[in-house]
Design a protein around this ligand. Structure first.
Ligand SMILES: *[C@@H]1O[C@H](CO)[C@@H](O)[C@H](O)[C@H]1NC(C)=O
Ligand SMILES: *[C@@H]1O[C@H](CO)[C@@H](O)[C@H](O)[C@H]1NC(C)=O
Ligand SMILES: *[C@@H]1O[C@H](CO)[C@@H](O)[C@H](O)[C@H]1NC(C)=O
Ligand SMILES: *[C@@H]1O[C@H](CO)[C@@H](O)[C@H](O)[C@H]1NC(C)=O
Length: 885
């Protein structure tokens, strides 16, 4: 067996000046992380949140006769910093839209909705929106949305360069300032900047108006709608670091020393040349406070560059950090961060300061050993996730994202794939700090469409600027270990797939020569032009073999590309609804879901025995076996970590056809954040040192007395004994390529099932499931009882329907009504049932499998007690008090 090592080294991260927050490597704790909302601390540069005080209106018809095709010649120049060919020139004459009343300061928008960003206009529902498929979540994402806000520029800002940074808006953004179209960006997952310097009135009010436009069939999942990420106003001196203007690499890393290379790009917007002194020092970024340490760890030699008027110039330098604190994935390594603090000055006057958080680490990629970080092999225990936060929609919320990642980390996950689009920038900050490895993915379609208004129509004009902007935005994050430029492409098996991949790879390497490229292939085989063009072989499902086929493609890919890392970029796609079990249970370890096989069609449920999957997919057990039989496979990204809105396979149905569901069944964790049984199957594999034993199903089956009711146990032990009402049902050892303990012949009688798991012959973990009585009351638990009163921080409050002993009633579906008093709001409720069509803001929510959730937000400026109460007819109510501070 030949071993060939490709070593590529890495770097840090570079969003302009975020507060880096509390580092959190603890697995289970609820925590508080400060949000990057405030104005930046740096001299010479201001970064001001524009999230507050917007007016909004959505139209299901076109209210303004505008369209991307007529706006396009004025939008394309917004991409000029990200194309290598000739720049786009806007047509001469007045740009379109000037006569649309919404762009005019005089328009009376008092009847429009007032709101703060980030905002998702569709998440409040109602469900069954006309024209929206189950695949897209049946929520009203479509239509034209207008946002308006005043921006006041003080007289002192005269002479400054002023930019608008929109981290993400869904989709086809077009921006007017004081009635003039100044640019935009169509891809709804892209972050973009517009230069407003020439368009703003200094010393007065300016009207900012933003038009978004979503087709009813623009996605294969819930895309959300609106300005759903942060928006910033950036003010700088005419001479300043450009957007994403630093690039840090660490080509040579050892315990004793690391080389740090830095490139800084400076723009001079002034009308005369400027000599600019560029100085950068490196400090530790303190994990606890998010502040740079006081000690300077290393400095780059200062350089003075002459930047011609109206131009950009780059300067590169290199330094060494002695005894570097390396960044590495948790929990095996520690995600230490540094920050490069760059100062631009002229004749002793500071012009700009710019902070680039980064990490020092090396990554190597090996066809047999997989991925190693800092020379130590790490298995990829990952998940794929879409960007929504369930009932909160796609509107980015740092605490909601942190909760998602924390639960994945508790399960033992150390990586994720941003399927299938650029994530919110703050998600990558969380990944850096929490120690996740990330595959950062940009496109779901190239030239071949998957839905009639997806990215394919933009691909010819926009793939280059979107790709360059994406890489420059994200390339300093130490968490990112690979770039993925596509997923399950329509052209994956054709020659065109290989040609497009090659051209994207050239663009990508010109922006970041340090990381490998990949794209996810579900059908393209070894020897295809696409597979041959990729640095990493990313296989969706085919590696372990689709469906019940045991003919996986791992071996054939490994034979064809012995030096390339192979991983499962998507695996499993097991479907289930939490706490629901359908009988009889297959005796196979992986079964295609269908009538009589795992479905409860009348309830739109799928059995949580965690064995059932669509025709292309597999159970977790089958994936684990395929990986263990092919140990060169580097790991997997399970489809999916969390349930998400849209794609409700196997209960999808087209728009207008009722009887389907609204959110996915694929998640290991349900949409409300409740763990499905599968959580413990992955935890047992990914945290073998943790004593895990988890019994399924629940043990309250009045209608099954005397009937065979299989008991399965997920455990990190190697042996287990089951007791049914005190009698042993057998002690069994786990065989090779087996990942669960099964007692298929257990006959149900009320009482108790108890498992004792062993490891190496010693007792290791115990679990018990008891028969539960009638519902008597509600029991409430908040994930955090103290939250910040900043209008943003959240507490996730769970209500369980319990019997007189306080045990959760496993099939309870009582309607629960929530209320709140004090300075907070219930933003949304959910229960994790993919078929629950009650709109998310509803204060009444049925329990699903005994549980219901309320998401509570403290008001901005709140301090004091927020009391959340829950009641249900015939049951004793419950309440919890949260503190806002
Ligand atoms: C704006 O002007 C264009 C072109 O002159 C015209 O087609 C459109 O109908 C006008 N829109 C409004 C709202 O007046
Ligand atoms: C499985 O692989 C064998 C050997 O490569 C091949 O002959 C057979 O057709 C494959 N079966 C399926 C169902 O793909
Ligand atoms: C389907 O679900 C409903 C509602 O939970 C339940 O009453 C019914 O017994 C289930 N049917 C099967 C076959 O599991
Ligand atoms: C009931 O609430 C308490 C306090 O929040 C919590 O510790 C306990 O686990 C809850 N019980 C159930 C069955 O949810």
């Amino acid at each position: 067996m030949s071993v060939s090592v490709q070593t590529r080294s890495l770097l840090g991260h570079c969003t302009a000046v975020l507060f880096m927050l509390l580092l959190n490597t603890l697995l289970v704790e609820a925590h508080t992380i400060q949000l990057p909302r405030a104005t930046a601390r740096s001299k010479g540069r201001e970064r001001i949140s524009l999230n507050e005080g917007w007016k909004f209106s959505r139209f299901t018809f076109n209210p303004d006769s505008l369209s991307y095709s007529t706006l396009k010649p004025w939008i394309l120049p917004s991409a000029n910093d990200f194309i290598k060919g000739p720049e786009h020139q806007p047509p001469s004459g007045t740009p379109p839209g000037r006569n649309v009343t919404y762009v005019q300061a005089s328009f009376d928008d008092s009847s429009w909705e007032g709101l703060n960003l980030p905002h998702d206009w569709a998440i409040k529902g109602p469900f069954n929106a006309p024209g929206i498929s189950g695949g897209m979540g049946r929520l009203p994402t479509n239509g034209v949305g207008w946002y308006r806000r005043k921006v006041t520029v003080a007289p002192e800002d005269k002479g400054k360069s002023i930019f608008l940074d929109i981290d993400g808006a869904m989709s086809y953004s077009a921006v007017w300032v004081n009635g003039r179209l100044v640019g935009g960006w169509p891809y709804g997952y892209a972050s973009f900047r517009l230069d407003l310097t020439q368009h703003l009135k200094v010393g007065g009010d300016n009207m900012l108006a933003i038009r978004l436009d979503n087709a009813a069939d623009n996605s294969r999942w819930y895309p959300g709608a609106g300005i759903y990420r942060n928006v910033w106003l950036i003010k700088t001196s005419p001479a300043h670091v450009t957007q994403y203007g630093t690039f840090i690499t660490t080509p040579d890393v050892s315990d004793g020393s690391a080389t740090v290379n830095l490139a800084v790009e400076v723009q001079n917007d002034a009308s005369s040349d400027q000599a600019v002194k560029v100085e950068t020092e490196i400090r530790v970024l303190d994990g606890a406070t998010g502040q740079p340490g006081t000690d300077v760890v290393a400095k780059f030699s200062p350089a003075t560059i002459r930047v011609p008027a109206g131009q950009k110039k780059s300067v590169s330098s290199s330094t060494r950090v002695k005894n570097p604190r390396l960044w590495g994935p948790a929990p095996a390594q520690t995600p230490n961060m540094y920050v490069a603090m760059t100062t631009l000055s002229a004749k002793g006057t500071i012009l700009d300061t710019y902070e680039t958080p980064f990490g020092i680490r090396s990554v190597s990629y090996d066809g047999n050993k997989g991925v190693s970080i800092n020379g130590k092999p790490v298995r990829i225990w990952g998940t794929c996730n879409h960007g929504d936060h369930g009932a909160l929609g796609v509107a980015f919320n740092t605490r909601a994202a942190e909760r998602q990642l924390s639960m994945l980390q508790e399960m033992g996950s150390n990586s994720f794939r941003t399927s299938h689009n650029p994530p919110t920038p703050e998600l990558l900050d969380l990944a850096d700090r929490m120690g996740f490895m990330v595959v950062d993915e940009i496109f779901d379609a190239w030239n071949v469409a998957k839905t009639s208004h997806d990215f394919s129509s933009l691909f010819p004009d926009w793939h280059e600027p979107d790709l360059r902007a994406f890489i420059r935005r994200d390339r300093n994050h130490p968490s990112i270990i690979a770039w993925s430029f596509g997923n399950e492409l329509g052209e994956q098996s054709a020659a065109a797939g290989g040609a497009t991949a090659q051209s994207l790879r050239v663009i990508l390497l010109s922006e970041d020569p340090t990381r490998p490229t990949t794209a996810a292939m579900n059908v393209a085989g070894p020897g295809t032009a696409l597979a041959s063009a990729l640095d990493i072989i990313s296989l969706n499902y085919q590696g372990e073999g689709h469906g019940t086929s045991t003919n996986g493609s791992f071996a054939a890919f490994h034979a064809a590309y012995p030096d390339k890392v192979i991983w499962s970029s998507e695996s499993a796609s097991t479907v289930s609804t939490r706490g629901t079990y359908v009988f009889p249970v297959t005796s196979a370890n992986s079964a295609i879901v269908g009538p009589g096989s795992g479905l409860n069609e009348s309830a739109l449920q799928v059995s949580a025995y965690e064995l059932y999957h669509p025709s292309w997919a597999s159970s977790p057990d089958k994936v684990f076996a395929a990986h263990d039989r092919n140990p060169y496979v580097a790991g997997e990204f399970v489809w999916t970590g969390w349930d998400y809105l849209g794609e409700p396979t196997p209960y999808d149905s087209p728009a207008g056809v009722s009887g389907g569901a609204r959110s996915s069944y694929f998640g290991i964790i349900d949409l409300a954040g409740f763990r499905k049984d599968r959580f413990y199957l992955y935890q047992a594999r990914w945290r073998p040192e943790l004593p895990v034993a988890h019994i399924l199903p629940h043990w309250t089956w009045p209608e099954r007395v005397g009937l065979e009711t299989p008991v399965h146990v997920f455990s990190s032990g190697d042996e287990a004994e089951l007791f049914v009402n005190g009698n042993s049902a057998g002690r069994v050892k786990r065989g090779q390529y087996e990942y669960r303990f099964r007692w298929n012949k257990v006959v149900y009688q009320p009482g108790e099932v108890k498992v004792v798991a062993y490891k190496g012959g010693k007792e290791w973990a115990v679990d018990v499931k008891r028969t539960v009585g009638e519902a008597k009351g509600l029991n409430m638990t908040a994930d955090r009882t103290t939250i910040r009163g900043d209008g943003d921080d959240l507490s996730f409050v769970t209500v369980a329907v319990v019997d007189e002993n306080g045990d959760t009633v496993p099939r309870a579906s009582n309607a629960i009504t929530f209320s709140v008093s004090g300075p907070g709001q219930i933003v949304a409720t959910d229960n994790g049932d993919p078929a629950d069509m009650t709109a998310f803001p509803s204060l009444t929510r049925k329990a699903f499998s005994g549980l219901s959730l309320a998401v509570v937000r403290a008001d901005k400026g709140a301090s004091g007690d927020i009391t959340v109460s829950a009641s249900a007819s015939g049951l004793k109510g419950a309440r919890v008090t949260l503190k806002a501070r």
